[in-house]
Ligand binder design. Structure first.
Ligand code: ATP
Ligand code: MG
Length: 411
């Protein structure tokens, strides 16, 4: 049997999982203050849910999806991202009655990519979606919530917010025509990838990491020269509000997102600390998504953050509550020790009882487990209804009646 985890997947040992949970807890608490509440959708959906929404030409649909047929010949896909599933649920659960709808989700996502630091085939995202309002202030609320999450995780300072508007459909159509015209003129100097994109997904060329492409893009037309009045107005509203809230950003006319469903404002918090995996939290507005899926036309905006990347950047440490160790002096008091631990735990106190070892081994273990006290149980003490308690930080030891033990340890 091959005992390695599948390429691009990883085990989360307890310490890593504790850090992951800490990041999720902080993010959940921050977005909760903005009124976003957690919901969950299934980890797999009919493949159509992703194919129709993300776009056949997107990296995800064209080469990254885990698609399979189940035993009933249904074509299913492990979710590569969270928004399409939320949009599907929005329609099938009739959530259009509940707009403005603010939801958060988190959990595993699956993409067949080349694994490297910060890039996995099973990874985790936490995201928010705000469905209903077309107002640019909805975008501002989402960006502000994202910024506050990064702030409370202590990583905002090492991240920069890039923002752009890719305009409404009309502005984008005119821009793409101009961009394609320019790029066709220099077509043979483009990277192979970009030459392919010129046919399928020209906007994505702006995203190219190839140096030659980037040099050619320096003289390309820019989207902001093509905004119509409506696109101009809604973007200006967002920029003005971010300034008023003192949320720092760089306007980046080359920023686009890889998925078909975006329009108007797009944004990405980037870090310099994870090499090529620089996107930490990315999102934008997707006004056509729900309609494309067959639901009632409903504007939306949201973002998703990669939890592995957040965990790697976040300097905070998960601090589990310190336990109490119960140490039986003698085999005859072992059962008492487990029983006492059971009672204290039922009152809310974390307790450790070891399964073997002499007194000094058990005491060492208690220190290693960061216990704040050790309750030593001998036959004589139990007879007297007492235990001898050693407070490990102070080193002092005293006798405490078993009936007083909980309140003595709690304080
Ligand atoms: P990248 O440019 O790194 O491929 P992306 O544009 O594909 O990112 P999105 O689809 O916007 O990313 O996903 C949102 C976030 O999820 C990213 O900002 C990133 O933090 C994280 N993410 C995306 N793909 C992966 C992956 N394969 N492994 C780990 N995290 C990922
Ligand atoms: Mg990607």
């Amino acid at each position: 049997m091959n005992l390695q985890s599948v390429r691009g997947t990883q085990d989360f040992l307890p310490e890593a999982q504790a850090k992951h949970n800490l990041v999720v807890d902080i993010a959940r608490s921050v977005v909760g203050r903005f009124g976003f509440y957690e919901m969950a959708t299934p980890i797999f959906e009919f493949s159509e849910v992703f194919k129709r929404t993300l776009g056949e030409a997107s990296d995800i649909v064209s080469k990254e999806m885990y698609t399979f047929k189940d035993r009933n010949d249904e074509e299913l896909t492990l979710r590569p991202e969270g928004t399409a599933g939320i949009a599907r649920a929005f329609i099938s659960e009739g959530l259009s009655q509940r707009t403005p709808l603010k939801v958060m989700y988190q959990g595993p996502m699956f993409r067949y990519e080349r694994p490297q630091k910060g890039r996995y085939r099973q990874f985790h995202q936490l995201g928010i979606e705000l469905l209903g309002p077309a107002s640019g202030m909805a975008d501002v609320e989402c960006i502000a919530a994202g910024f506050m999450v990064l702030n409370e995780l202590k990583i905002a300072e090492s991240c920069s917010l890039e923002i752009n508007s890719i305009g409404d459909e009309e502005s984008r159509r005119n821009y793409i025509a101009a961009l394609v015209k320019y790029l066709k003129g220099v077509q043979d100097q483009l990277s192979a990838d970009s030459q392919k994109r010129l046919e399928q997904n020209p906007l994505r060329i702006l995203d190219s990491k190839d140096e030659k492409d980037q040099a050619l893009l320096k003289s390309a037309p820019l989207i902001n020269e093509f905004y119509n009045e409506e696109s101009k107005r809604s973007y200006a509203q967002i920029i003005s509000a971010l300034k008023a809230m003192s949320i720092p950003f760089n306007e980046n006319p080359l920023l686009v997102r890889g998925l078909d469903y975006y329009s108007h404002c797009v944004f990405e918090f980037r870090t310099q600390q994870l090499g090529a995996q620089d996107a930490v939290l990315s999102g934008g507005r997707y006004d056509q998504l729900i309609k494309t899926m067959g639901g009632p036309a409903t504007p939306g905006v949201g973002w998703a953050a990669g939890l592995e990347r957040l965990s790697m950047l976040c300097p905070l440490e998960a601090k589990p509550a310190r336990p109490v160790a119960i140490l039986p002096i003698h085999e005859s008091t072992e059962q008492e020790a487990f029983k006492l631990a059971y009672e204290l735990r039922s009152k809310g106190l974390p307790c450790e009882v070891h399964f073997s070892g002499n007194m000094s081994k058990r005491m060492k273990k208690a220190v290693a487990q960061n216990c704040f006290a050790a309750v030593i149980l001998g036959p004589d003490e139990i007879q007297k209804g007492e235990a001898s308690v050693k407070f490990l930080d102070q080193g002092e030891q005293k006798s405490i009646r078993l009936t007083d033990l909980f309140s003595a340890l709690r304080s």
